[in-house]
Write a protein that binds this ligand. Structure first.
Ligand code: MLT
Length: 409
């Protein structure tokens, strides 16, 4: 008799975004004449830029000729892409990350979930609250938790509230933790952490032999000077942090799929006797066993992000989304909402009015303004009473959506 992984039974009904999709479909089926504007899931709307498309085509053409055809590539990714990342994303910041520290993958969602597999099931995971739901759900799937409480907290996870009071950067937890998920610029609140704030985390992780799992998927959207783009800008992080990055939002690859994980040699975890093991070879073992690499044309396309043309084009697309975010912030503030984020991240985090819960506000905005956002409570109990709008949308739709929301009673 086949048995199931009962940890899956602990999970809430559905993953957040499919659940939103289900509710929106129900509404649009019942109201086919309504124009619904989607600002829920952070999914890009602008096409791949010309330099990226050109490289993508070239990659496909190479695959069409015997002389340039490629079969399996290196599981860790082609050297040309790993080198381009190391040089442009890290060495340009004065950070000592080498191509060999980089593992190309098909997405940060997968990487932030899969990384747990190389760590023991006795690790205590700390997450922000609210948080990108993948960190929590994959912690549950991997058997590191008990059941969920009626307040929405899984037993065994350390939730670190990210609130207006602490500027959406959590306090260092009082209790013991082993693996700490941090995401900056933050999804869902759109806020950032300063170097000083990240330094506290790095110092803590070094002192307690913890590992920081740093999701920097939105670093390209930072517009203000002085905000760290990488955890490795903080001294000592190369000994205690793994960083996840993605081309999804940076360069419009949500449908194309390419991301990477960075694990420097200095990051160690321990066996039961306290013996230290470097983490990179474990991830390499997992990656080479369970993953056959991202396709060659996609990696060619990703490398074009670092070409002169590619950099210029990608910067323009990012500026387009950030102008959306600016318009959204201004309109929502003018409509009397308290608004966070949207300056260094493509998400705007809004306090609901009149004590509406996040899902009540979701229904109101969907039914009365025909706009889709994401209920803050879907990201964790501390997100209750908040709502997230994504700036990944077409400009005309952003303007129309904001006009409709301004007219909400
Ligand atoms: C989000 O909307 O939070 C993200 O698009 C989801 C994801 O990147 O998986």
């Amino acid at each position: 008799m086949a048995s199931i992984n009962e940890n899956y039974l602990k999970l809430q009904a559905g993953y957040l975004f499919p659940e939103i999709g289900r509710r929106v479909k129900e509404y649009t089926t019942a109201n086919p004449d309504k124009k619904v504007i989607r600002m829920g899931i952070g999914d890009v709307t602008q096409p791949l830029s010309p330099a990226i498309v050109k490289a993508f085509h070239e990659g496909v053409d190479e695959m069409a000729h015997a002389a340039t055809f490629r079969g399996y590539g290196p599981e860790q990714g082609y050297e040309f892409l790993r080198e381009a990342i190391a040089e442009n994303d890290y060495q340009a910041l004065g950070v000592n990350i080498q191509a060999g520290d980089i593992f190309i993958s098909d997405g940060s969602k997968c990487d932030t979930g899969n990384i747990q597999e190389i760590f023991g099931s006795d690790n205590i995971i700390a997450v922000g609250d609210p948080v990108y739901p993948v960190y929590v759900d994959t912690t549950v799937m991997s058997g590191k938790t008990g059941n969920i409480s009626k307040e929405g907290y899984f037993e065994g996870i350390v939730y670190m509230p990210c609130t207006e009071a602490n500027g959406f950067v959590p306090e260092i937890p009082q209790q013991k933790v082993d693996l700490i998920f941090l995401c900056y610029p933050n999804n869902p609140t759109g806020t950032v952490a300063s170097k000083e704030e990240l330094k506290k985390w790095v110092d803590y992780a070094l002192a307690k032999h913890c590992i920081i799992l740093y999701d920097a998927a939105y670093q390209a959207f930072i517009t203000e000077e002085g905000i760290p783009h990488s955890i490795y800008e903080i001294e000592g992080a190369e000994k205690c942090a793994i960083e996840f990055r993605s081309f999804s939002k940076t360069a419009g690859f949500t449908g194309t799929r390419c991301a990477f994980t960075v694990i420097p040699d200095g990051v160690h975890a321990y066996d039961k006797n306290g013996k230290a093991y470097p983490v990179k070879p474990l991830w390499n073992r997992r990656h080479t066993t369970k993953f056959n690499g991202v396709s060659y044309p996609v990696q060619k396309a990703a490398a074009a992000v670092y070409s002169e043309e590619g950099k210029k084009e990608v910067a323009e697309i990012i500026a387009y989304y950030m102008e959306n975010a600016r318009l959204m912030r201004e309109s929502l503030i003018a409509a009397g909402y308290t608004v966070f984020g949207g300056v260094n991240a493509p998400y705007v985090w809004v306090k609901t009015k009149n004590g509406l819960s996040s899902w009540e506000f979701f229904d109101k905005v969907l039914h009365e303004a025909n706009v889709v956002g994401t209920p803050g409570s879907g990201f964790g109990p501390s997100g209750e009473g908040y709502f997230r709008f994504s700036a990944f949308a077409d400009r005309a739709n952003v303007i129309e959506a904001m006009e409709r929301i301004q007219q909400l009673q």
